[in-house]
Design a protein. Structure first.
Lengths: 430, 145
């Protein structure tokens, strides 16, 4: 009997457990067990005043706090019937650009590239390619600086609020970022070229891709939810088409389509569905790459992230050059009971929030669906495709191979270097 | 929000209140989950004193003084953002930034016990905060001499 017993640990950002059940030399079951703190947040948001929600939910993640802030303000503004003006929207986009830049630079170079280059960690990659890693950190830092300029600090930035921002950031502090952003744009173009040279494992899967889509901009904060199957769903109807299911064997909620299928959110979905809305420099990078879209290899999400990096550097420069704050930084709020849902594209994919509030603006209900939860069934299904190879491997190699696949999704569980505990059980008992 | 993970913040706040004259001459940065951004904070500095909760086999509330090269023996105290805890970040920084080797880095670590979400600082750690604040001040005085 080939059994390695390892329990799943309780850190979303840290660790997961993988179980493979083998019977008659066939993989019959595969499970990725994750504990999920956002469920906890939904509980303690009840009773909080609505203006606390953006800063509380930002603490669900240290890498994508802006995503939580933006989805939450969208939902609460819907509940109050508030519409923000174009300058507020533009500044929110800029804040999101900062988050995409720092998240994607980190993931491309320090989380996934070491896997593809046969290096155990970013530390080992730094030993053989210090210039590459230094450039990566410089790229990441620019994203952090945007968040700091707008939100006061790069981790869990403050300033975003329901109705807009607590104050307009100083124009000079944003314009001071332009030289580094110009450098970053060129570095991002090089990142795309470099990403095309990496040795990606062969794995092609027919996904149902799902992402926010807007006809006039690369979908991040407004638009409808579209699927590669042709379905189009308004944000208000999202819960009628995409469900969350509590999986008994773990605390994770898993996302499914209404007909029980899996779907994929994240950079592959966004690029495949929204490449026509990329800005010119990103379009040029995509064209130069000569990619066959849609990309269906989960490992090649790295390439999609690289192209998005070009896009968000370019957008940052445009937004800063056009930044002209005027009038109050936030709309006046008239409190009333209501309900609203909001959605945005976190770097990892769709992030959905729904809130009910009472006439005093206190939250009475909160629902948060993070992208990792939506992708979990798809990750398991992809591991099932890989599993026949895994069971023939030595334990260490099988663990690394499975980790590489999971890490290509950039889920919040992929943070630790050795995050995956692999258990293979031969159900025959032999 | 995470129990003993607040130890570092509490130590520095107490130090700022108690040692005003030192506090005026030292740049203080509060960073929750700094990750790799810690390296940006250290850029251009001759010396840095990092104050943080740590995980250790020593009893809860023990206050430790560590040099940068001793940090590898301490595991991350909570779930650091994408695995970039203090030890990992410094090791990484030393490998790519030659200037980091010239910065005198000292960690004042308070051994924590309960890092649970929503937990309060444990009594043993609460007692240790004052001692840790004194150690911070001694480090600053030593740097000035």
């Amino acid at each position: 009997m080939k059994t390695i017993e390892v329990s799943a640990l309780a850190r979303v950002e840290g660790e997961g457990g993988l179980y493979i059940g083998v019977k008659d030399n066939q993989v019959v079951e595969i499970r990725l067990d994750i504990y999920e703190p956002p469920r906890f947040f939904e509980g303690f948001l009840v009773g909080r005043f609505l203006q606390e929600v953006p800063d509380i939910t930002a603490r669900i993640c240290g890498i994508c706090p802006v995503a939580y802030q933006m989805s939450s303000v969208a939902a609460l503004e819907k509940a109050l019937g508030v519409e923000v003006g174009p300058q507020t929207y533009a500044l929110r986009r800029l804040m999101y650009c900062g988050e995409y830049i720092e998240s994607h630079a980190l993931h491309i170079y320090l989380l996934q590239a070491p896997d593809l280059l046969g290096q155990p960690s970013a530390l080992d990659l730094a030993a053989i390619a210090p210039d590459v890693v230094r450039n990566a950190l410089r790229m990441k830092k620019i994203g952090n600086e945007i968040l700091k300029a707008i939100g006061g600090r790069s981790v869990h930035p403050v300033n975003a609020c329901v109705g807009g921002f607590y104050r307009w950031p100083d124009s000079s502090s944003l314009k001071a970022l332009l030289p580094e952003l110009e450098w970053g744009l060129e570095a991002a173009k090089e990142t795309v070229r470099w990403s095309l040279t990496l040795p990606y494992p062969d794995l092609e899967i027919d996904y149902e891709f799902v992402a926010i889509h807007h006809p006039e901009e690369y979908g991040v904060m407004r638009g409808d939810v579209i699927s590669s199957t042709g379905k189009k769903t308004s944000v208000a109807d999202y819960e009628m088409r995409y469900f969350e299911e509590h999986v008994q064997r773990s605390n994770a909620l898993h996302g499914h389509t209404a007909n029980g299928g899996t779907y994929l959110v994240g950079p592959l979905a966004r690029l495949n569905l929204n490449h026509a809305q990329l800005l010119p420099a990103a379009q040029a990078a995509l064209s130069e790459a000569k990619l066959n879209l849609p990309l269906k290899n989960p490992y090649k999400s790295l390439i999609a992230r690289a192209i998005e990096l070009v896009n968000f550097y370019e957008e940052s420069i445009q937004l800063i050059n056009n930044y002209l704050p005027a009038g109050p930084a936030h709309a006046a709020l008239v409190l009333k009971a209501g309900e609203g849902c909001g959605m945005s594209e976190a770097p990892r994919g769709l992030l959905y929030h729904r809130y009910k509030i009472d006439e005093q603006g206190k939250v009475t209900f909160a629902k948060i669906v993070p992208p990792t939860a939506q992708n979990l069934p798809r990750i398991e299904a992809d591991l099932m495709v890989l599993a026949p190879k895994l069971i023939d491997m030595q334990q260490d190699l099988a663990t690394i191979t499975a980790e590489h696949l999971v890490r290509s999704y950039d889920p919040c569980i992929s943070c630790a270097t050795h995050f995956l505990n692999l258990r293979v059980e031969n159900i025959n008992g032999v | 929000m995470r129990g003993d993970d607040a130890a570092g913040l509490e130590v520095v706040r107490l130090w700022q209140e108690r040692y005003l004259s030192s506090a005026d001459r030292v740049k203080v940065e509060f960073s929750e989950l700094p990750g790799l951004a810690l390296l940006d904070s250290l850029a251009g500095k001759d010396a840095a004193i990092l104050v943080d909760a740590v995980h250790s086999s020593a009893s809860v509330g023990t206050v430790l003084r560590l040099g940068a090269d001793e940090l590898a023996s301490f595991t991350p105290e909570t779930a650091p953002s994408h695995g970039w805890g203090l030890a990992e970040t410094l090791r990484f920084g030393f490998s790519i930034y030659p200037w980091l080797g010239k910065c005198r880095i000292t960690l004042i670590g308070i051994v924590g016990g309960d890092f649970g979400l929503g937990a309060r600082i444990s009594p043993e750690v609460a007692i240790a905060i004052s001692k840790a604040g004194e150690m911070v001040e001694r480090e600053i005085q030593a740097l000035n001499n």
